[in-house]
Design a protein around this ligand. Structure first.
Ligand SMILES: [Cu+2]
Length: 161
């Protein structure tokens, strides 16, 4: 009786040790997660300044959360002022929304443009192959008819070589 209990305990310990070793073996380190909260009219990265710093080749997982009341987006550009100015000019010309949408998608560096509705999350991954400074902007215009980036919805990405 005592021996069988000992065998049972040893067996259980062996199973636990094997399970722990297997869990360690299977655990792959995932990409670093960066959380961005967006509202009218700003981005907050990991509860701080809207700046993301990463290394060339490093992959990050971005969780973009819209805690505001309007649609927002994450549009990656090289020059934020040119992006704002371009949308301003199109608005002045009365360019329809669909055409403005296409224009914004064409402006996006590496085609990176993600929209996020109020109360929603948009999750995506980012990786850069060259160092430099980029900007993420929101060029949505509701409700004031002004690109949100002009009201402060701008963030910076620094890619270190
Ligand atoms: Cu916005």
């Amino acid at each position: 009786m005592r021996t069988s209990r000992l065998v049972l305990v040893i067996t259980l310990i062996a199973i636990l040790v094997i399970a722990a070793a297997l869990a360690t073996f299977l655990r792959q380190p995932g990409p670093r997660e960066v959380r961005i909260k967006v509202t009218e009219f700003s981005y907050q990265v990991d509860s701080g300044q809207p700046i993301i710093t990463l290394k060339v080749g490093e992959e990050i997982r971005v969780v973009l959360e819209n805690v505001g009341k309007h649609d927002h987006e994450f549009l990656l550009v090289r020059d934020k002022d040119v992006a704002i100015q371009t949308v301003r000019e199109e608005l002045a010309k009365g360019t329809p929304d669909e055409a403005l949408d296409r224009l914004k998608s064409n402006m996006a560096v590496m085609g990176i443009r993600y929209e996020v509705e109020p109360g929603s999350l948009t999750i995506f991954r980012l990786r850069f192959t060259t160092p430099g400074t980029f900007y993420f902007v929101c060029l949505e215009t509701e409700p004031r008819g002004v690109p949100h980036a002009e009201l402060g919805e701008v963030g910076q990405i620094v890619v270190e070589g």
